[in-house]
Design a protein around this ligand. Sequence first.
Ligand code: ARG
Length: 463
Amino acid sequence: MAALWGGRFEKDMDEIVKQFNASIGFDKRMYNNDIDGSIAHVTMLADQGIVTQEEKEQIVSGLEKIRERIYNGEVVFTVEDEDIHMGIESRLIDEIGEVGKKLHTARSRNDQCQVDARLWLREEIGEIIDELIYMEKVILQKADKYADSITVGFTHLQHAQPITLGFVFMAYFQMFRRDIDRLMDTRDRMNLCPLGACALAGTTLPTDRQKTAALLGFDAPTENAMDSVSDRDYMLEFLSDAAISMMHISRWAEEFAWWNSQEFSFIAIDDSFCTGSSIMPQKKNPDMAELLRGKSGRVYGDLMQLLTVMKGTPLAYNKDFQEDKEGLFDAVDTWKAGVQIFAKMLEKTEFRTDQIDKQMGKGFLNATDIAEHLAMEGIPFREAHNIVGHMVKVCETRGCDFDDLTDAELAQIDARVSKASLGDISIKACVYARTSFGGTAPSEVRRQIKVGSDWLTGLPEQE
Ligand code: ARG
């Protein structure tokens, strides 16, 4: 079969070239968007008098028939189609005859593939935002449930300060909130229509690009035709959003894996989100957490791949750009599934506060609180820090806790310090007193939950 562009060629493509050149294997995924773009295009051509209204109607009804056939799985695409754009156009010509050949007036596959990709990605962004919103709702429920539960706060993976579990959830809430904000920004910025840019230079025909942009729900047409066909910034931006969000998921997945370990036992991941071992009968492994951690690498790869494809490509369209889609599709699929899996896993995970409690006495978690208390008594903080450091040293030597130090021992460290001057150093009192804005006290966590849930409620419906 001769290609639609075959006029100047004397020979058919070599078989291996056909295979290597074709993008139909993956870009057929955008068939709906391709048809939507074509319908908007031919509507504009008819309104501008470039084709007749009757021709337009024939083309639109032919395209709708093809859409239905593809949807029903009746269309078998092969490398002969080369890509989804020609796959649909050639079927249109088969379906309605000569008039079908008018559709490709004043456009090129260079702008067409970009209209398709923008329309496709815009929809997918809406779906990913929905998944992230669901995740945020699960986080808010957990944060509320555990607003008063006390846990270990780590720095350098060392016991640092006591915090609330609700506070940990709200830290992750902020990360996913930024992911949603970033996605909405990306979508706003990319919502411009490249259709009508043609190959690279626009057209002599009296087209109306504002019209096609409006018909397809874009805010405006892209400004410069050459940039329109060679710009992949919006994909790169999306892939960066995906990489950052997968990094967030991966960080939490890492925490899940060690919280779930025998050494910690802070959580019990539901059986339905774990797998067993083929040899060790007792095993229940946190595979979903590990797999999500691993999948972040693949999404970073998708970003690096496209950055590398783009680097060094001259204006305007180059075939290199066909390599833009598989990584994008992969990132969308991986991210969407990743958020979904993580949210469901989180929803079903049991937080074992009894086990966490057992760790609260280790590592002098209230040391900073004592130093702060001494500072309030008038001892300069640097000195207070030093005093508590000495207290830790004595406790370590004696194998005891701050509570066990005698007035004599304290006086030996510093004459200004006595048991009475330390204040209430119970872990609970320390946590409840950390009411500074953004702090870990239950009252403050509840404020953060309120702000977060107001923000979620105010988010626009995703289409
Ligand atoms: N399949 C191509 C892609 O995905 C469409 C554009 C091809 N244009 C061209 N002149 N070869 O990028």
